[in-house]
Ligand binder design. Structure first.
Ligand SMILES: O=C(O)CCC(=O)C(=O)O
Length: 342
């Protein structure tokens, strides 16, 4: 499930305008706003387009914004078919772009919303990995122990990789499972995470439980003489509570959720200045802001952020485009596989 979180700036007023949805049902609210859109539509389609005054076009935009908000709230509450709700929001945004007018000079919020919605429709896919044997095999830690238990792997220990107490330790997969996966949340401190590790090169037997998605053949550079690099396939295996801090990667990424669930916050690359990347070449793909506890005093631009929240469930796969910022928290014991390609 992906849903937009629009805070700050021009988009904040979307939320202010629709508080009435708390006391009315979404259906009633939708009916009311569709009435406004219909009446305004009549006005916009009477006479020559060049003669249509600004006010009804602005009203159309305002009503479209409210309708989108109601549709996204319905989406969030699980009221209706999720794809249909997003498609309807997308169509409303497109009509708003075609027929409406900015509510103030320089306001391009309709275009922005449409862009965000089109990403939401295309980024998350379910059913793509339902044929992977890993989906049922990896839920069994005894299977993982049997296939990979004796292999030594690097484990990240601590809150996350930019935290001052973070460290790394080598241990076998079996030791890691006993110390960090079997204990219930909170029992094992610090949290251990087998993160970004090419486990499938090390243990080819696990590779036969998954399939590289065909999307990874879609290279950016198909020119003559282009050399296609191998896809980087990494394992991310850990207990509830692992965090990959807010960062971006230069490659296309398909993140497949094989076991458990993750909450992923996503930000378009144009949000970089609101995220305060670390300076210098080492961590400049990592944000200083912690989106889970933003320090607005030190990072005031974060108030203007536009973010997407995605709950990536078992069996789903998320496409993260190059340079898109992402923050990832596991909500349960989790095993994901990432495919990075150029
Ligand atoms: O799953 C995670 O913890 C992080 C995944 C990630 O950052 C990636 O695939 O690029």
């Amino acid at each position: 499930m992906i849903l937009p979180i629009m805070t700050g700036g021009k988009l904040r007023r979307f939320h202010c305008t629709v508080n009435f949805t708390t006391s009315h049902s979404y259906t009633e609210a939708l009916k009311a706003v569709e009435g406004v859109l219909e009446i305004t539509w009549e006005e916009l389609n009477t006479g020559h387009w060049s003669k249509v005054p600004l006010a009804p076009r602005q009203l159309y935009t305002a009503a479209a914004i409210i309708k989108i908000d109601i549709l996204l709230r319905s989406y969030q509450q699980g009221c209706g078919d999720k794809t249909e709700l997003l498609q309807s929001a997308m169509k409303t945004a497109d009509l708003g772009i075609l027929l409406g007018a900015p509510l103030s000079s320089g306001d391009c919020s309709m275009t922005r919303v449409a862009g965000l919605l089109s990403h939401a429709l295309s980024m998350l896919s379910s059913g793509c990995i339902s044929h992977w044997p890993a989906l049922h095999l990896w839920r069994d830690i005894n299977y993982l122990k049997k296939v990979a238990g004796a292999r030594t792997v690097p484990i990240e220990l601590g809150v996350h990789y930019v935290h001052p107490t973070w460290s790394q330790k080598l241990m076998t997969v079996a030791e890691f499972i006993e110390a960090h996966i079997v204990p219930q949340t909170g029992e094992a401190t610090p949290i251990g995470y087998l993160a970004q590790h090419p486990l499938f090169e090390q243990v080819p037997e696990l590779m036969s439980d998954i399939f590289e998605p065909e999307y990874c053949c879609l290279s950016d550079d198909l020119g003559e003489g282009a050399v296609t690099e191998e896809t980087d396939i990494n394992a991310w295996f850990g207990p509830k509570g692992t965090v990959s801090p807010l960062h971006y990667d230069p490659k296309h990424n398909l993140l497949a959720q094989v076991v458990g669930e993750k909450r992923i916050l996503l930000y378009h690359p144009d949000q970089s200045e609101n995220l305060y990347p670390y300076e210098g070449s080492f961590l400049n793909n990592t944000a200083q802001v912690d989106p889970e506890e933003p320090d607005y005093k030190t990072f005031p631009n974060y108030k203007n952020i536009i973010a997407w929240e995605c709950h990536l469930k078992q069996g789903e796969m998320l496409y993260i485009p190059p340079k898109w910022w992402h923050h990832v928290r596991s909500l349960s014991t989790s095993f994901s596989v990432s495919f990075w390609w150029t």
